[in-house]
Ligand binder design. Sequence first.
Ligand SMILES: [Zn+2]
Length: 312
Amino acid sequence: MTELLVISHPDCGLHDPVPGHPERPARLKAVLDGIAQLDSFEAVSAMAASRDQLLNVHQTAYVDRLDRVERENLESKSAIALDADTHAGRGSIQAARLAAGAACQAVEGAIQHPEHPAFAVVRPPGHHAESDRAMGFCLFNSIAAAAEHALTKAAIRRVAICDFDVHHGNGTESIFAGRRDVLFASSHQIPLYPGTGAPHRKTASNVHNVGLPPDSGSNEFRAAWESHLFDPLDRFAPDLILISAGFDAHWRDPLAQLNLKDEDFFWIGHQLKTLADTHARGRLAASLEGGYDLHALTESALAFAEGITLAH
Ligand SMILES: [Zn+2]
């Protein structure tokens, strides 16, 4: 078992603008409870993303707007709506900065110590956030910030972003569509929010989407990656594997209708770790996206962590 680097911060729990919202602080503890069952791991405290790290993927006007929202949050008790289901309250913007910063730290860890996979256990999630807008519980696009951060390093010329969250990572796709140095590979339920990611509506040659119909389970999920996603990833030969790790394709999840089991998250983790070992000297960094059933989060995050740390 290879030791896992875990980056998190208690202030990611301060983002709690709407009572009863499924993207809630308890999700963080649920994932950390799973990680705690590993034989060994190293935990480090997340640092907030710098303004430059955010500006690598977001427009200046958007970053400035969230800075203003943060100041307004200090004066107002009510949450500010950024999108129909995405709100900011006191602590939200800083939590999102910590989430993006943690994903960048995961990249630093994976580059400095390729033998240790890294997992940013943070919230809010990020993969729906586009360059100029918050969306679908996401404020800053953490995995996108991590990819751009990686590409500032001499050793990293090609980054693959693998997204197995049950929702399509529309923000990540829109930020990187058409890029030669980033490949985006995603499996997700269709139809489902946000309504993008249909494979027949290919937006660019570096974008690889597979849609899974409701009620798909382990076989369909594994076949999707084996038949459509691992080959382009192999051909791309990335220097770093990034993972948008969402656990809402689990059968217990209340927001979607796929039927993945804990062992499917072990499987995808181990497959992607094998890919990292083949092409990227083992460099692998993951960041938490969705997953809204607490029991499923604990068990599937543990299974995923075991998958990415299993030595050959
Ligand atoms: Zn999701």
